[in-house]
Design a protein around this ligand. Sequence first.
Ligand code: FAD
Length: 348
Amino acid sequence: MAPVLVLIEHASGKPSDPSLQALTLARSFAKGDSVQALLISTPIALEGELWRDTVTALAYDLGARHGVNSTHIAEHEALDSFAPDAWAAILGQLADRLNASAIFAAGTDRGNDVMARVAARMGLPVATNCISVAPGDQITVTRQRWGGSLLEEARINSPRALITVAPHTVAVESAAAEAKVERFTPQLKEHELVVRVAERVSTKGGGVSLAEAKVVVSGGRGVGSKEGFAIIEELAGLLGAAVGCSRVVTSAGWRPHSDQVGQTGTKVAPDLYIACGISGATQHMAGCKGAKRILAINSDAEAPIMQNADYAVVGDLKEIVPAISAEIRAARAAHAPLPNPLPGGERG
Ligand SMILES: Cc1cc2nc3c(=O)[nH]c(=O)nc-3n(C[C@H](O)[C@H](O)[C@H](O)COP(=O)(O)OP(=O)(O)OC[C@H]3O[C@@H](n4cnc5c(N)ncnc54)[C@H](O)[C@@H]3O)c2cc1C
């Protein structure tokens, strides 16, 4: 039977979580038919043969841990940064060569961008942000609309299903297969490289990315000012968390848009989401309802976010947030190893 092809986004030798979620859904859709993966090799931050080895290891790992039967690595000298038209061309060329019955990608900004272009090139419909896919003569999908506040059931009428999977709606399941690995050089035209990432700017603070953070400390209008975010940053620093915010905050210029959580911001799925001075508007909840636990800190016990919170503290965040940070510091100090009393730090 015709294989199912999955676009895998990756960085520094690791597949993105949303891509693994898309792969899990693709495997259940394939029902035993061959599942094949495409890695587009963009040598970011790794040089020379090192990135080649890293991508090759990832290609085999997709078989050993995620049940991929064949991984195709696209290499081209012009692929040193993300270029959506070029990615769409590569995906299309490979799908045609394999005669793929379906193409899956993560419903990320990149995945949706590339798949929309694939759809336009092939003259086929694309079903974006799906949370389930049932194979059959007519494929039925359930997809998120309106930032996840509405679910739509739709049937795909197409010789080749093009599907993106809403991030954090499918649990990654592991499976083992022996992946064949193949490298190929795609044919790219000049105009397909016109739209491309020209520059990469690291976020302030560098470390944890909002979309992948295990803990997010988020502030809303209740924080009061740009300077007010110092206590949010302090708590985030102690927890190794990313800082998020509501749209009111980005509109006021207190934080950059890249920190915004919600329907028109980033969708997060941390283990813990700490919402400080955020009312919990539908558009905000669309971005954080994937969190395993929500802790709301709000002076209004009737704020809508309280309906969605697993834990709530009613009070002034300007007192509560520093108090939590102080408790964390005190707990860590109590468990810290005692300083060595011997001169010069010698061990007795
Ligand atoms: C098309 C569209 C898209 C949108 N997309 C997004 C989006 O992606 N993300 C997003 O966030 N919003 C989005 N919005 C805006 C959204 O509707 C809300 O306006 C916004 O989320 C409210 O932000 P907030 O909770 O910070 O502010 P508010 O709603 O004003 O809430 C402030 C909260 O802080 C509490 N508070 C005040 N002072 C304190 C204090 N000292 N201590 C503790 N609590 C305090 C108050 O009780 C209140 O609950 C969108 C709107 C539209 C129309």
